[in-house]
Design a protein around this ligand. Sequence first.
Ligand code: NAD
Length: 246
Amino acid sequence: MRLDNKVALVTGGTRGIGAAICIRLAREGASIVFTGRDIRAATPVISAIKECGVDAFFHKADVTDKERMEEVVNEVAKQLGSLDILVNNAGITRDSLFIRMKEDDWNAVINTNLNGVFNVTQATAKIMLKQRSGSIINISSVIGVAGNAGQANYAASKAGIIGLTKALAKEFATRHVRVNAIAPGFIETEMTKKLPDEAREKALAQIPLNFFAEPSDIASAAAFLASEDSRYITGQVLVVDGGMKM
Ligand code: NAD
């Protein structure tokens, strides 16, 4: 129970990696507040969190709505007394070759994946800096580290997250607020299920461990970065990719 008495906020927690992170942090003892755009999708996650014996709260909120996210963050701190862990997980893809990429698809991905992190983190940081403790975990991607043809918007947003992580780690360190990123490789979620078989086979051939990860593999990395086990780690990108990009 590494996270007893801690309060965690996870964005986009209704499914996939976000839901797995909510449940794993709950198993470690943290009270969980998670956001998403669909209340119905939140119900099974709320039940799974409560089964761990901790409090679960869901807020319908879009990360692109700065005002709404500030409202949620401030409500969490007021209701639960602190905000110790933030996981910026919400993310989307709108893939196409760059030459054909629609401006709307560029803007949607940057707005959700990068501006969304700004929106939530600025409000959260004010609380964490005041309380002089906290762990911020940004879900980037190996695509942000290495790039990928057909994903220029996604790569730019995820590389932006890495730069932001390092800048904030330096800005917040004296107040004991740590900021790290996780760069997942290929994880079995709705996001990757929509890829054609050929793309999946190509990806598998590049993974030395020779299997796709489960969302729980990212959740265990998040639990480590959230806990005091990583108290001397800040500004880092933890790559969880089965050796794909080494
Ligand atoms: P997913 O599509 O299954 O889940 C994404 C979640 O984010 C959903 O709950 C969705 O509703 C939410 N979301 C999207 N836009 C939102 C918005 N504007 N406001 C609030 N919530 C929003 O995807 P996933 O695979 O679980 O991905 C989670 C994170 O991990 C993303 O940031 C993704 O880029 C990253 N990632 C995933 C993989 C992978 O292989 N699946 C690899 C690397 C990184």
